[in-house]
Ligand binder design. Structure first.
Ligand code: ADP
Length: 394
């Protein structure tokens, strides 16, 4: 409890953009997010007043940080499980708890558990030696997909194995470097979707509409809400699946279930147990944002309404240009609003580097194609300082 405001204190481990946006959602609830940041320049450390600087692998930093927190939650999944268990054993309300979070930390553990629950997953196998990958490829066909079980993000940690020769080379190299590997069938996917839900300790669950996550080179570039041409049956199936996973794993907080849509139906790709890039659109596009809902859930408040605020919502990531534009960010914002007064940019306070996620921009409207076009133009403009349709600023 914060003695000044008499409101609960939620502590978030990690000071990235998710913590930054969670702090923003905490303010109207009378709260102020407490943040454990790796550096005083982290996105959340720049905006939240209660910041401790420390590393998420340092148990003493975690223990000190947890003091006075009503709940401790995460901006990423990299806190070692043994540290989380130590905190939980000391009486800290860790949400999601270590047993649930393990399924977002380790893809092999996740695949095994989901298979056990009867959730649709691609065929997969653990890879301890080269022959494991070769046998898998011989059985399920090439190409197949090799992944590090732990520590990957945004497609770093994913390799397509096209041939046995290539597999031999890649697997040998990675095993020598100490990677924990798994292999899975390459899914013939039509597109990628995400089902976002939240669950409270009381057991209440809430789902947002199913969204499409548009990918380019392993990175999500746009999120379309609701997923275009998704039938009610498909949406219901995805939401039920995500709610069931949240329930079975005992998730507390937001759970994002990344899905592949195939000819045969849905397949689960990945789980994230925290606010997720596929849910940034909810800040303006839903009555309750994923950040606010995450706070509701970890504090065991009743969940908020997940109804959309417009028929079509598009979030586009702002990814750093190959070379930083000469025009300042400030000037780019100026011109963005001159052209699109309804655009909702969110800049994370990060230095611009090629391909780095430095922000996102959300547009709302009545027609998906139009909103999508505007979002694409706006995100490209913010990153590059150029209108990709040739529009002149003068
Ligand atoms: P990360 O944890 O790095 O985000 P993912 O497991 O989500 O990695 O994979 C990144 C991307 O690679 C996915 O979004 C998808 O486009 C592609 N991918 C991953 N697994 C498969 C698969 N089994 N079949 C086809 N494409 C895949």
């Amino acid at each position: 409890m914060d003695h000044r405001t008499r409101t609960p204190v939620v502590g978030m481990i990690g000071g990235g953009q998710l913590a930054r946006m969670t702090h923003q959602a905490a303010i109207p609830l009378g709260q102020s997010l407490k943040v454990l940041a790796a550096s005083p320049d982290d996105p959340a450390a720049l905006v939240a007043p209660t910041v401790e600087v420390g590393h998420h692998t340092d148990l003493s930093a975690l223990t000190t940080f947890a003091q006075g927190c009503d709940a401790v939650t995460f901006d990423h999944e990299h806190v070692p499980a043994e540290h989380l268990r130590a905190l939980a054993a000391a009486g800290v309300a860790v949400h999601p708890g270590p047993d649930a979070l393990l399924h977002a930390q380790d893809k092999l553990v996740m695949r095994r558990k989901l298979a056990e629950l009867g959730a649709p997953v691609p065929p997969f196998a653990e890879v301890n030696e080269v022959s494991d990958a070769l046998e898998f490829g011989a059985r399920y066909g090439w190409p197949c997909v090799l992944k590090t079980a732990r520590g990957g993000y945004d497609g770093k940690g994913v390799w397509v194995l096209n041939t046995p020769e290539g597999a031999r080379r890649t697997v040998t190299e990675l095993l020598e470097a100490g990677a924990v590997l798994m292999v899975e069938q390459r899914v013939a996917l039509r597109r990628e979707l995400a089902a976002l839900v939240a669950r409270s300790p009381f057991g209440q669950g809430g789902a947002w509409p199913l969204v499409e996550t548009v990918q380019s080179e392993g990175i999500c570039v746009q999120v379309l809400a609701p997923a275009p041409e998704a039938s009610d049956a498909l949406t219901q199936q995805a939401q039920d699946l995500a709610l069931k996973i949240a329930e079975e794993l005992g998730v507390v907080g937001v759970l994002a279930v990344e899905l592949f849509e195939t000819e045969q139906g849905l397949v689960v790709n990945e789980l994230a147990m925290r606010p997720h890039n596929s849910g940034h659109w909810t800040i303006e596009g839903s009555r309750t944002s994923q950040f606010e809902q995450h706070l509701h859930a970890v504090l065991d408040y009743p969940l908020g309404s997940t109804t959309m605020t417009a028929p079509a919502v598009v979030m586009a990531n702002v990814l750093g240009a190959p070379t930083e534009p000469r025009m300042s960010v400030d000037e780019r914002m100026h011109h963005l609003f001159a052209r699109f007064p309804h655009a909702k940019p969110h800049l994370y306070g990060k230095a611009e580097r090629p391909g780095r996620k430095i922000g996102h921009v959300t547009l709302l409207g009545d027609h998906m194609a139009e909103v999508r076009h505007e979002a694409q133009l706006a995100a490209y403009w913010l990153a590059h300082g150029e209108w990709s349709d040739g529009y002149s600023v003068h």
